[in-house]
Design a protein around this ligand. Structure first.
Ligand SMILES: [Zn+2]
Ligand SMILES: [Zn+2]
Length: 422
């Protein structure tokens, strides 16, 4: 009998999501609420941060196992509600790294499992901007950026005090969340008395100045960072310190970047996808040169985009939902009026987790979702309808849906699970 790998008395009670084909599964302990997973070789249960199986020493990873999960798309049920302390303020974003849930509210950032809050960070009046994740053989760290500071939370020891890695001077404020390469930490900050923005790093200070708008930094693999401005996409290579850039021009076709839609990076194809005001574009990273290609899809101007682990591009916009392949060809599309039924575009980015994605819509004051199987999106879950339009998008991970909830000003996280096996 396999047991929860965390320390407590009764260890035999857990919910399991199993892929019957290869025996891989992610589990949630019903006693302690921690997420853990099975070794695909020997079936031993391992903690979410494990890099090697505690029984047979095979190299393992939660994200790999999550990618292989099979879910039952027919129905879902409410698992539990995680209440937040009364002084937290509204939930702004939900993220998950390595089996932990990060709940960022107006006043705080909480690290939790399914049952309880394990650690917290107080912003003391600062405005949270975002988070990023670093994992190496010796480190599992989450960086939380506010408009004043960059904090580091050590996931290997949540009792450790949160570390401040950087603090902006009084005359500046950070405008985009920090991202990391193997050797440095990068962010964008603005001087209060001018329109100038600076792309900076911890080790080397300022790299470049910009006068117009900049989108949040985009990581490209281990050592590349993309900086998107209104007129071009710039690539910073942290290994040699070089910048290169490209505008949306190809032969007679030219376009300007739609800065309302965050670009995405495809690691396998070594390419960036971004929307111009006319078309979707792919930027190929050749040998030291960026090359722009217009793709077939025309813009509506209100796109939200994300990319899946296998390089599919998910687009949601006012005229429906789309799954595109890496050439920009539409593989599947659904008119938002029909799927989820009778709902309108809610301006939220589609989400992906392993072989599944969610698209959401809005109907009156309710949020409406479905979970879709990426390889055959005509297989989808029951419609999930949540009353009271939420302050932020729900998070979909490990076959669970995490939904922010507010009742008479008390904030909580409602957790739903998709039942049984697919
Ligand atoms: Zn447990
Ligand atoms: Zn093993």
């Amino acid at each position: 009998m396999s047991k929860c790998p965390y320390i407590h008395k009764n260890k035999n009670n857990y919910t399991e999501f199993e892929n019957q084909h290869n025996g891989q599964s992610v589990l949630v302990c019903d006693i302690c609420g921690n997420i853990f997973f099975r070794c695909p070789k020997c079936q031993e249960t391992n903690r979410s941060l494990a890099l090697f199986c505690r029984s047979c020493c095979k190299s393992i990873s939660l994200s790999q196992t999550e990618n292989n999960l099979k879910l039952n798309l027919r129905n879902y049920e409410e698992r539990n509600t995680l209440p937040l302390p009364s002084n937290s303020g509204k939930i702004l974003t939900l993220m998950s790294y390595c089996g932990f849930i990060f709940i960022t509210t107006v006043n705080k950032c909480f690290v939790s499992n399914m049952n309880e809050i394990l650690g917290e960070l107080d912003f003391f009046g600062e405005s949270p901007l975002g988070s990023s994740f670093i994992k190496t053989e010796t480190k599992a760290e989450v960086l939380i950026t506010s408009n004043r500071k960059i904090y580091s939370i050590n996931l290997l020891d949540l009792n450790k005090t949160v570390e401040v890695l950087y603090e902006a001077t009084d005359s500046a404020s950070i405008v985009h969340a920090a991202v990391t390469t193997t050797t440095d930490i990068y962010w964008v900050e603005a001087d209060k008395n001018s329109a100038t923005k600076r792309f900076s790093s911890l080790q080397k200070g300022d790299h470049r100045k910009y006068n117009g708008g900049i989108l949040p930094l985009l990581k490209g693999g281990e050592n590349k960072i993309f900086i998107t401005t209104t007129d071009k996409l710039e690539l910073y290579d942290s290994q040699n310190g070089n910048f290169s850039s490209v505008t949306l021009t190809d032969g007679k076709k030219s376009d300007v970047i739609n800065t309302g839609c965050q670009p995405v990076f495809d690691e396998q194809k070594n390419a960036v996808y971004l929307f111009g005001e006319k078309n979707l574009w792919r930027i190929d990273l050749g040998e030291g040169e960026l090359k722009a290609h217009p793709l077939q899809m025309e813009s509506t101007g209100d796109e939200c985009m994300t990319i899946t682990g296998d390089g599919r591009i998910l687009v949601s916009r006012s005229d429906g939902f789309y799954i595109l392949n890496s050439f920009g060809t539409v593989e599947w599309q659904a008119d938002s009026i029909y799927i989820p039924e009778a709902s309108n575009f809610d301006g939220r980015t589609p989400q992906t987790s392993g072989q599944y994605c969610i698209f959401s819509g809005q109907k009156g004051n309710s949020s409406v979702f479905r979970v879709y199987l990426l390889s055959d999106p005509n297989k989808y879950s029951e419609r999930i309808v949540l009353g009271d339009l939420q302050s932020c998008a729900p998070l979909f991970r490990f076959g669970h849906l995490f939904v922010p909830s507010e009742r008479s000003r008390e904030q909580s996280l409602k957790i739903y699970r998709l039942k049984e096996l697919y």
